[in-house]
Every structure is written in C-alpha cells, then in structure tokens.
Design a protein around this ligand. Sequence first.
Ligand SMILES: [Fe+2]
Ligand SMILES: [Fe+2]
Length: 283
Amino acid sequence: MTATTRPGGMPAIQPRRMDFVFDDAIPCYWFDGEPCMTLLFTALSSSFPDGERFIMKAVRHYQGRIVDPGLQAALRGFIDQEARHGRQHEGLNALMARKGLPVRQMTAFIRHYLETQYRLYPPAMRLAKACALEHFTALFADRILGHPALIDGFDTRMRPLWLWHAIEESEHKSVVFEVYQERVGSYWLRASTMMLTTLEFAAFMVVQQLQLVVAAGELGNIRSLARAVRYLVGREGLLEGLGAGYLAYYRRDFHPLQGDLPQYREQGLRRLGQLLGRPVDVV
Ligand SMILES: [Fe+2]
Ligand SMILES: [Fe+2]
C-alpha cells in the first residue's frame, strides 16, 4: 500500500436539490450560438449519466467494508450527489436529442461499452478506473470554478447545471480515491488504469465530437471548429494548466486535496445562488 497524505480535512459532501427545466425554447447551440463548442459539452454531458453509474457501482462494491466512519458518511453524500447529476444531465441529453442530435444512440453505445467493461474488470480495477474518471472531472471542475468566464457564454438557463456539477465534483474529488487507498491501495494499478482511461477518454471525446458535428452538418464550419480549438487549447482555454494537475496523479504521494482551493467552491456557490435567484438548498 502506498502512503498518501490528506492535506487538511475532507470537505463536507452536501447533495443539493436541483430541478432544471430544459425546455425547447433553449437554442440548440446554447454556448454562444456556437455549434462546435456546444457540441463539445453535449459530448461530455452524454457520457455523464452512464459514467457516473459506473463509478457509483464500482465504489458501492466496497461500501460495506469501509472502516473509517467519516469516509462512510462522505461516500453516502457522494453517491447521492452523483445520482442527482446523472438525472439532471439526462434532462439535458433529452433536450439535445429533441434538437435532432444522435445523443440516444451515443448514450446507448456508452452504456453497453461500460456495462461490458464492468463485467470484465476485476473490482479493484473498476475502482481504479472510477478514481481516474473522478480525477478528470475534478480537473475540469476546478478549472471552471477558478475561471468562471469559461462558461459565461452559456445560455443563462444552462449555466447553473454546469456550475452546480462543477462545485460538487470539486467537493467530492477525494472520496473515491480514499476508498481506493483504504481497500485497494496499489500504486501500479492506479497509475496504469489512469493511462488506459486517458486513452479511452480521449478516443471517446474525439469520436463523439465528430459524430455530433457530422450529424449537425457542421463539419465544414471551419470558423466554428477553429473557435472550439481555441477555446480548448488557446490562451485562457479550458485545458490551460491542466497538464500539471493531470501528471500529479502519477506521483506516489498524490492526494486529490493537495492544492485544493475551497474558496473557488464558495465563490461558485454564491454565483450559483445569483443565477438561480434563490439560496442553494442542501438536501
Ligand atoms: Fe458528477
Ligand atoms: Fe464525481
């Protein structure tokens, strides 16, 4: 077992009640009217519900064997949060399907793929994959919380979903990792599964994005493609600075809460309250 240190206490994992309405009046290209940038987030959203189900199942397998009562409580909060994320993203995915995008076919494929993988992987490897996926979501979540301008171009009916999801992903980023450390602990399995998951995630994102852009008839829209590339890898782009955070996962003494900035979540919660026009309810 590899020793890692949790810097400070784990944040309280607080599920929050959300009930977003994704009505048809929301434009198809709800990110600044831009097809490719909207479809990038559509691809992410379409992978969330089944990805989150995979993570919940992988971690539930170990739930009865967690010794630390604090971690048990955090795990219950974590599962509650993820289940709520999945339901809300299903609402968005249904909207994008009504707009004529092949989201249902994509989610059916992802479900089949992940269910097959779940059957084939031993429990420790499923948990290692869940850790890797949680690290990806935490990296994106913290990037968005630290640089909220990245989602300023979203339609105001869409922004709260992504902000809420980012806040909770950041809040619970260490839970699956701590379960892994307590019940499995192998560094090599964690690192090698991250490599595999990175390739898988990158391939899925490219294929799904392409599938959506082709279906939307936007493949020839070079201006929109170029803007999406700039949004991803340009100055102040979504991926800026994420390399170091990604590589940190391969350190033996890595812990997801190293360098954690709780003030980003507090600012995010204040912004979320403003967007919703009401205090954010904790369940
Ligand atoms: Fe989530
Ligand atoms: Fe998560």
